[in-house]
Write a protein that binds this ligand. Structure first.
Ligand SMILES: [Zn+2]
Length: 207
């Protein structure tokens, strides 16, 4: 079995495109899509992320993510909710209140795992809060702009194979949010490194 460090390093060395393709391959609602279509979805989601990043820079100049969020008037709610085996999150966007929620407890655990397993040189832990805020800010943009590509990406879906329905391909929004957060924070690795570190480390710590 590969060590935690090896697994995290592996993810750090993967290209963004390959990481996003993995996400689509694992996504249940997109598993019937052809490789070509998946490629197109990834490319368009990346473009949307770049477009919104450029818009922010044009409007407010280059600044810290918390400054953008402040200028846009999006409230940030810092909470401390202990992650459990079945339920954990680092950040959330609440559509009803248009609020970004950041879970400091999960962030603390990821920081702990990072130092415990000596990953400080590969995981940029100091950026985690900014990355989470940026990710959720993209979901705010999705809510405020119904015509954004990631809202328009509709696929045919069958619920339990009986009722045919149309549904939004949520994974496209995730790809765009992840890419947007990487761009705006200038993160050296994919933001998914935080999720991976948490997923691998929490099991090792409790066992
Ligand atoms: Zn998200």
């Amino acid at each position: 079995m590969k060590s935690i460090r090896d697994q995290v390093c592996l993810l750090c060395n993967q290209s963004d495109f390959d990481i996003y393709m993995d996400m689509l391959d694992k996504d249940i609602s997109s598993h019937r899509l052809s490789k070509e279509i998946k490629k197109e979805i990834i490319e368009k989601s990346i473009l949307v992320a770049e477009e919104y990043y450029k818009k922010l820079v044009k409007e407010y100049g280059m600044c810290n993510i918390t400054k953008y969020v402040y200028r846009l008037g999006v409230p940030i709610d810092y909470v401390r909710e202990k992650p459990t085996k079945y339920y954990s999150y680092i950040g959330l966007f609440k559509e009803k209140t248009k609020t970004i929620t950041v879970n400091l407890e999960t962030i603390l655990q990821i920081k702990h795992i990072t130092s415990q397993f000596g990953l400080d040189d590969i995981v940029d832990i100091n950026m985690i809060k900014d990355v989470v805020i940026a990710h959720e800010l993209f979901h705010y943009f999705e809510l405020m702009n119904p015509s954004i590509y990631t809202n328009q990406k509709i696929i045919d879906a069958k619920i339990f194979g009986i009722i045919k329905t149309k549904s939004k391909l949520l994974v496209a929004g995730e790809v765009a949010a992840i890419h947007f957060s990487k761009l705006i924070t200038n993160l050296k690795h994919t933001p998914l490194v935080y999720n991976k570190t948490f997923a691998l480390g929490k099991n090792m710590l409790t066992n």
